[in-house]
Design a protein around this ligand. Structure first.
Ligand code: ZN
Length: 126
């Protein structure tokens, strides 16, 4: 299946779910195909955002099993930083909605302990 068909199969209303890709990455780690440093590679900025604007997900880390992962919400779009804008409050999102242009929200799962990180889903900001 091509990447675009795969994305279409998992999309609803313009949102794309990366659950299957996440499962594949976890399986690759469990089977020894991928090393821990390959799957737990969150950059320092993502780790900082996970601490400062992450929301608890109630999901135990699939790699280290030592604690909960947090979800960090980023928005990308015109006139935002190239690395995206980290969204903390509903007010932050409201300000993005009032802007002109197309914005996309990226929901990223991060483990503050072992640096595991994976994209969960993308949604158009409407
Ligand atoms: Zn972890």
């Amino acid at each position: 299946m091509s990447a675009s068909l795969h994305a279409a199969a998992n999309s609803a209303g313009g949102s794309i779910n990366y659950r299957l890709a996440r499962e594949r990455t976890i399986m690759a780690y469990k089977s020894g195909e991928a090393t821990r440093s390959e799957v737990c590679d969150a950059q320092s900025e993502l780790m900082r955002n996970a601490r400062e604007c992450g929301t608890p997900s109630g999901v135990r880390c699939p790699i280290c099993h030592e604690g909960e992962v947090v979800e960090v919400l980023y928005v990308f779009g015109p006139r935002l930083p190239a690395a995206g804008r980290c969204i903390v409050t509903e007010g932050d999102m409201e300000r993005i909605r009032r802007r002109k242009g197309n914005f996309t929200a990226y929901d990223v799962e991060v483990c503050p302990r072992c640096k595991w990180n994976h994209l969960l889903r993308t949604n158009p900001v409407v």
